[in-house]
Design a protein around this ligand. Structure first.
Ligand code: G6P
Length: 367
């Protein structure tokens, strides 16, 4: 068992550290002359041109990867992209037809609700592309097309490296689709890919500078509640950050679109309530910062994540982390690592069972 953890105290920490490699393994085999090419995956370009809408369907962390996918892809390709919780989708008579591309995301490839959503989509004539980690799993076998993520086996219940490569896959799929649909030139696609590749050393850098994250975790470990806020893509990242924290530290954690705070959540802010704020998107930076100042003024302990070179003053936050990625669309990769490590250290400091949190299972094959 100790050997399998490769010197790390927990699988989760080991898997967090495997992310640069998982990213390389997932991205590099899909590049031809620096452009995404899925011929080896046998995914034809028509899959990206026939549809007039996209429905992403998944559960848990995979669904939150889908939220990032939507926030990335929809503004570029300009057709509706919905993100659906599989257990809802299967019972709600979803708007899926023969012009819909359904993208199913699943680490295990066995989640029963996701599988049922896949069956329903096929019955309605949609084409199903699945993004799956486990080779030969049921979802992979039953989909029309499979895009395998190459995270390698993920043992810790809380998903980390699988999320990371689900994101990378959606970025590659989004890029190829944008080319096929005439939204990206070859040059745009090449630039997009090179920015995607630049996130790998950025992820590595976060992994090499963990001391301050431990300090932040020691503060979180004392909290009963924590809030995650952001707008746009930052909101999508926050959802997964909050799930990670609640899953393994048992702290009540919620993510909110920063602009919604004033419609209710701000009532919950007390002296020292931790608020983890993600503000990496230039066009909404000022708006998020003004929301953060509102919670800070009410006593919140604000942990802020921005890009580098943001101007930070004392009235904004108590702790600040920055990510070495200059392009807004790509900040999720290092931000995800920060949020994973915060959750990991918080759980460990509380002496909890990091790899096997109570009541949770790695793969949910019952309804
Ligand atoms: C369980 C796991 C989560 C996972 C979710 C979906 O709840 O604990 O980590 O995100 O199932 O699993 P899947 O294998 O379909 O990605």
């Amino acid at each position: 068992e100790a050997a399998k953890k490769n010197g790390y105290p927990h699988y989760m920490l080991k898997e967090i550290h495997e992310q640069p490699e998982a990213l390389r393994n997932t991205i590099l085999p899909r590049l031809r002359e620096g452009i995404p090419d899925f011929s080896e995956d046998e995914i034809p370009d028509e899959l990206f041109s026939f549809c007039d809408k996209i429905a992403i369907v998944a559960c848990g962390t995979a669904m939150y990867a889908g939220m990032v996918g939507k926030a990335l892809i929809e503004p570029i390709i300009k057709i509706p992209v919905s993100v659906n919780i599989a257990s809802e989708f299967r019972y709600e008579n979803p708007l899926v037809d023969a012009r819909t591309l359904v993208i199913v995301i699943s680490q295990s490839g066995e989640t029963i609700d996701t599988l049922a959503a896949l069956h329903l989509s096929k019955e309605r004539g949609a084409k199903v592309l699945s993004v799956v980690n486990v080779k030969g799993s049921t979802i992979a076998r039953e989909s029309d097309y499979v895009f395998y993520t190459h995270a390698g086996p993920e043992i810790a219940v809380a998903s980390t490296k699988a999320y990371m490569v689900q994101l990378a896959s959606l970025y590659l799929i989004g890029c190829r689709m944008s080319m096929v649909r005439g939204k990206f030139s070859q040059k745009d696609a090449g630039e997009f890919v090179s920015r995607l590749l630049d996130t790998i050393p950025a992820v590595q850098k976060i992994l090499e500078n963990k001391a301050k994250l431990k300090t932040a975790a020691s503060i979180l470990a004392k909290a009963k509640d924590a809030f995650f806020v952001g707008r746009g893509l930052d909101y999508a990242f926050s959802l997964e950050g909050s799930l990670k924290l609640k899953e393994i530290s048992y702290i009540h954690a919620e993510a909110y679109a920063a602009g919604e705070l004033k419609h209710g959540t701000i009532a919950l802010i007390e002296e020292n309530t931790p608020v983890i704020a993600v503000a990496t998107q230039d066009h909404i930076y000022g708006k998020t910062i003004s929301n953060i100042k509102e919670v800070k003024a009410r006593g919140a302990f604000v942990i802020l994540i921005t890009k580098q070179h943001a101007e930070i003053t004392d009235d904004i936050c108590d702790m600040h982390f920055s990510v070495p990625v200059p392009h807004d669309r790509f900040t999720v990769f290092p931000v995800a690592v920060i949020l994973q490590l915060l959750a990991y250290y918080t759980s460990d400091m509380k002496g909890l069972n990091v790899d096997k949190p109570r009541n949770l299972a790695k793969s949910v094959t019952v309804e």
